[in-house]
Design a protein around this ligand. Structure first.
Ligand code: FES
Length: 170
């Protein structure tokens, strides 16, 4: 866990969260509710925020991180408009999923948090989607791309960049 960096947390939101936490007599018992509230205020749960909560309710930060990682409705990353999931299950992996992941990462300028430079895309690797015969599989939001080749990466990115432009012009 990193040291708490107050500069990335907005003071006003933090005060709201602290006041909310203080309404609970048994804070540790209500950790899920507290995390839900924190995510609704901050939109995601960065490590620094988890550490703040850990200190506030006197719970090990590693335990809070375990809860955040376990439940899919919690996110440690900012929510992006487009989520690119590259299947890295065994079948997709042997068909080149790692290379696809690396190409997406490079073309989208993905940072260490898994977010693209323009904040539009997040990149994740996911486990088998149960469609191994169609691999390698890439999922962007709810759209599935099958038999994805390295050359298709540009086309997929372009499709979403154009969607974004169309949305902006509406
Ligand atoms: S390994 Fe990718 S769909 Fe099964």
């Amino acid at each position: 866990m990193p040291e708490l960096d107050m500069s990335i947390l907005e003071k006003k939101k933090l005060d709201m969260l602290d006041a909310y936490i203080d309404t609970f007599e048994n804070k540790q018992l209500n950790i899920i509710t507290i995390l839900h509230y924190a995510q609704s205020v901050f939109e995601y749960l960065p490590k620094e925020l988890q550490l703040h909560i850990a200190r506030k309710i006197n719970m090990p930060a590693v335990k809070i991180n375990g809860i955040v990682s376990f439940y899919s409705f919690f996110s440690e990353k900012p929510v992006t408009k487009y989520t690119v999931d590259v299947c890295r299950g065994t079948a997709c992996f042997v068909k080149g999923a790692q290379t696809l992941y690396d190409i997406f990462s490079q073309k989208l300028n993905i940072d260490e948090e898994g977010i693209s430079e323009d904040g539009l895309f997040s990149l994740n690797s996911i486990r088998c989607l149960g469609a191994c015969g169609l691999g390698p599989i890439v999922k962007v939001n709810d759209e599935i791309f099958s038999h994805v080749t390295n050359e298709m990466v540009d086309e997929i990115i372009l499709e979403y960049r154009e969607k974004e432009k169309a949305d902006e012009n509406q």
